[in-house]
Design a protein around this ligand. Sequence first.
Ligand SMILES: [Fe+2]
Length: 228
Amino acid sequence: MKPLYMKIKDREYEDNQELDKESIEWLKKQLGLKKEIGSLDITPMKEKTLLQYVPKESWFNSDRIKTIHGVSHALRVMMYSYILCKIYKIDRVEPFLVAASIHDIKRINDRKDINHGKRASEWFYKNNIMIKNDFSKEEIKEICLAVEGRDSKLKIDSILKSADALDRYRLPRRKWWLKKELTPFSIPNKIINFSKHFTIWTEEEILNGKDPLKAILDLAKKCNLITD
Ligand SMILES: [Fe+2]
């Protein structure tokens, strides 16, 4: 089958786009990944905090879980949101984790899909009771605004946009990668470099058969970003 990076090169943008081993090899070469991921020296998150907000398969449209906007993307954006919260000294990370978890769950394709944020926001507004929920009304509103791509007082929108951008190294086209001048926050190079490795290495593990949550938890623990 034609690998995703070739389809993208030939401008064949399918509804559901999934990574494959050849595209990962292409990405590794283009990104010039090293053997070591480097340490970020950030207070680790408790595993149970992350687990409370992991997106459930049933939240996605059923054929979209393995796509480039599927569960592995959501989990990594949660991790990158956590890292950015710690860097910008935000203690209450839970609303940021939820926004990251749900931001792409209602996509119907991997192209622009301009209304996907609004659909996710409306879904969350109706269904937030299903999620471990100690959020205030204000926080629920802020999460909805951020997922829709609108400014939020808590800055969930800025962290979400930056975290989402850090996961762009999964996309097999150079011009779609993170552009420093377009992120709402200045992101240290160390974090950008970390995200290149974390993104590709977890995708590689998943393509080798590992469960996405396990792949992301295992590497996050190894990097001391998650603790029991
Ligand atoms: Fe996203």
